[in-house]
Every structure is written in structure tokens, then in C-alpha cells.
Ligand binder design. Structure first.
Ligand SMILES: Nc1ncnc2c1ncn2[C@@H]1O[C@H](COP(=O)(O)OP(=O)(O)OP(=O)(O)O)[C@@H](O)[C@H]1O
Length: 223
């Protein structure tokens, strides 16, 4: 099991529980979609899985390691090594080129800086169809190119898990389908596990399993 959530509860205020004793198990290499009404807690759940926030109660295991036992510093190192993030708005740094943005997650760790990482970046740039625009800055790229750069950045450290929160939400339909197909191909080529929060059933249907988040719990849903 790559990821196991046991009775995870989270609220931001006393009068409303967002996630209520939620359980989830995900195997390495799976593609999972999380759908559900606006405000149901999808981003909250993704932030907990990504260790950007901690649950009020419950346990979370990643490769059998109990993450609640990790200090904030240990979690930061874990996150950088094991998890890649893709957001709705690409969150690229505007002053850096596409190439520099992709290398950002490698800058915090000396072990990651070397020929192998540069080769990995080149390979991802080619794979994403970005070879022509590597020295351009985000303002000089299309929305689809920015999102593909964000996917390359998420993959640069070879994480076991990609968390994507509405990755196609800001794209036109053609770019949205392209990006989804690319994520599926990368899952198949590299074995990276994929958790995608989406409002789009077309995107969700390309995953192995679809979960609906409603009233604090996940229910497996048919495509
Ligand atoms: N930091 C916070 N402080 C207080 N309330 C919050 C905070 N973050 C989220 N919420 C509330 O928790 C609920 C769940 O939010 P969340 O962003 O997880 O929902 P979502 O399912 O991702 O919604 P959407 O589909 O609209 O993006 C919402 O009612 C939101 O207002």
C-alpha cells in the first residue's frame, strides 16, 4: 500500500466537520480521481495527503510510515522527496525561465544537483513538448505550456505520488484533454501514483477509480 488514511477528521471550526473519520487506501501506481460538490473538502483532503496540513485526528501512513510521528522538518524533507504538486494555477515563479522553474524542487538538496538531474529535466522537457520554449518565462507561455511545465516540475525529483488539484481547471477543453492524457501516460510510463481532484467527469473517467467526497466521507463512484 502506498497510502493509507485511517479515520481522518478535520474541521476549521467547532460547528462544522469537513472530513469525518475518512478512510482511504491507495496502491502504488494507481490513478485516483476525487470529485464532489464545491466546498465538500477536496482541497482540504489533498492538503492533508500532501502533508501541507495535519488532521485533527486519525492516522496517515505513506509506504507504511506513520506520518503523524514526523516533525515539521521531517515532513518538509519527505514532501520534497516523495510528493509532486500540480495546482489549478501553475504557481510557476514569474522571474524564472521554464527550465529554471522545473529545476526549483532540486535546489534545496545538494544530492539532487548534478548531471543526472539536468538530464532528467531535458528528458521531461522533451516529453512535455516544451523543447522550443525552455528559455521563456511563464508570461511568455500559453496556459497549457505553463501547466505542462508545472507537471515537469512536479516530476523532477521522481516522486512516488503526484497530487493534482484541478490541474485542468484553467485550461480550454483541448489543452485540458492533452494535459489529462499526458498525466495518464506518465502514470503508465513512470509508475507514478496519481490523485487528481477535478470537477470534470471527462478527466475523472480517465482514472482507475473515482471517489466522491460528500458529508465528510469518500464513496467509490461508478464512472
Ligand atoms: N483555512 C480555512 N479556514 C477556514 N475554513 C476553510 C479553510 N479552508 C477551507 N475552508 C472551508 O472548508 C470547506 C472545504 O473547503 P475545500 O477548499 O477543501 O473544498 P473543495 O471541495 O476543494 O471546494 P472547491 O471544489 O470549491 O474547490 C469550505 O467550506 C471552505 O470554506
Amino acid at each position: 500500500m502506498l497510502l493509507k488514511l485511517e479515520k481522518i477528521t478535520k474541521s476549521y471550526s467547532k460547528d462544522r466537520t469537513i472530513l469525518d473519520q475518512l478512510d482511504l487506501e491507495i496502491k502504488a501506481g494507481e490513478r485516483i480521481a476525487i470529485v464532489g460538490p464545491s466546498g465538500s473538502g477536496k482541497t482540504t483532503l489533498l492538503n492533508l495527503i500532501g502533508t501541507l496540513d495535519r488532521p485533527d485526528s486519525g492516522k496517515m501512513f505513506f509506504e507504511s510510515q506513520d506520518l503523524s510521528a514526523f516533525s515539521d522538518q521531517q515532513l518538509a524533507a519527505f514532501r520534497n522527496e516523495k510528493i509532486g504538486f500540480v495546482f489549478q494555477m501553475h504557481h510557476l515563479l514569474p522571474q524564472l525561465t521554464l527550465h529554471e522553474n522545473i529545476l526549483l524542487p532540486t535546489l534545496t538538496d545538494k544530492k539532487l544537483q548534478g548531471k543526472e538531474t539536468l538530464e532528467r529535466a531535458q528528458k521531461l522537457i522533451a516529453r512535455m513538448g516544451l523543447a522550443e520554449v525552455t528559455h521563456q518565462k511563464p508570461s511568455e507561455l500559453s496556459g497549457g505550456e505553463c501547466q505542462r511545465t508545472a507537471v515537469a516540475r512536479a516530476l523532477i525529483n521522481r516522486p512516488g505520488l503526484i497530487l493534482a488539484d484541478e490541474p485542468t481547471g484553467a485550461l480550454d477543453q483541448k489543452s485540458a484533454f492533452n494535459l489529462t492524457d499526458l498525466l495518464v501516460e506518465l502514470n503508465q510510463e513512470e509508475g507514478v501514483t496519481l490523485i487528481v481532484v477535478t470537477h470534470s467527469m471527462e478527466v475523472a473517467r480517465k482514472m482507475d477509480r473515482i471517489y466522491r467526497l460528500e458529508i465528510g466521507k469518500l464513496q467509490e463512484s461508478k464512472p
